[in-house]
Design a protein around this ligand. Structure first.
Ligand code: ATP
Length: 235
């Protein structure tokens, strides 16, 4: 198992956001976390990436305990996070944004190769590499956020609502990109409000409800689950 979280809990002050959450991510698979507003999806993803501390439980990456490490060490271990709302650096150019993804790396030749790979995957980023990031469209900014995450040479990509605020045709484009990235061996954890998209893309799925794990299983099985269909697929 590449990533294993066992019984994790996160609180914001006195408010408990998630409780007793266990998630496993096999190597090379896409795992999705779906659920309604405020269910705790973002909190779970941020906990897996070490961006919020866990109050109980443990998280292991390739067998090594990571929940006790600072966030930059977790990046160095191979977890990259594409945050909700992209969070690109608006005043920096496209290329400067991409290079920030590699700021911890010392393998400079491989960084240049990875930058060339990102440009090959996202030709629009290459065309606009000298342009300020804030002038890019929403879809382009999402591609930039994914490209920046890839620049850390991760083993696992954590994606928070990549479809948010994008037109359906752009969401399709992002879905294809996620499939291609995964086909090259990268594991993905995908948090989505768009359950239809998420269950289509994922191998394994988890359903969060008010901070608790409500359901888990193969994505195609959850897609056919009556509760999931009624609550999240509008069927
Ligand atoms: P959404 O899809 O609406 O973003 P979510 O499933 O990602 O929701 P979280 O953002 O993880 O849910 O929120 C889980 C719970 O934790 C919610 O009750 C939320 O109000 C609370 N919460 C999240 N962030 C904070 C914070 N920084 N301080 C206090 N409470 C928070």
């Amino acid at each position: 198992m590449l990533l294993e979280a066992r019984g994790i809990a996160v609180s914001y002050g006195k408010v408990s956001a998630i409780r007793d959450i266990s998630i496993t991510v096999p190597e090379g698979k896409i795992v999705t976390i779906i659920g309604g507003n405020g269910a705790g999806k973002t909190t779970t993803l941020r906990a897996l990436s070490g961006m919020v501390p866990i109050r109980s439980g443990e998280i292991r990456l390739g067998g090594t305990r990571i929940d006790t490490l600072p966030a930059d060490r977790i990046v160095a271990h191979g977890i990259a996070h594409v945050p909700e709302g992209r969070r690109i650096f608006p005043d920096m150019t496209v290329e400067e944004n991409l290079r920030t993804g590699a700021f911890l790396r010392r393998d400079h030749d491989k960084v240049e190769k990875d930058l060339a790979d990102v440009y090959a995957r996202f030709p629009r980023l290459r065309e606009r590499r000298g342009q300020r990031a804030q002038t890019m469209s929403g879809g382009e900014q999402q591609m930039l956020a994914i490209g920046r995450a890839l620049m850390s040479d991760p083993k696992i990509l954590m994606m928070d609502e990549p479809s948010m605020g994008l037109a359906p045709v752009i969401v399709e484009e992002i879905a294809v990109i996620i499939e291609e990235i995964n086909a090259r061996g990268l594991s993905v954890v995908l948090v989505e409000q768009n359950a239809e998209l998420a269950l289509d893309l994922a191998d394994q799925a988890y359903v969060l409800e008010t901070g608790n794990m409500a359901l888990e299983g193969p994505a195609h099985e959850l897609h056919d689950n009556e509760h999931v269909r009624a609550a999240y697929l509008g069927i």
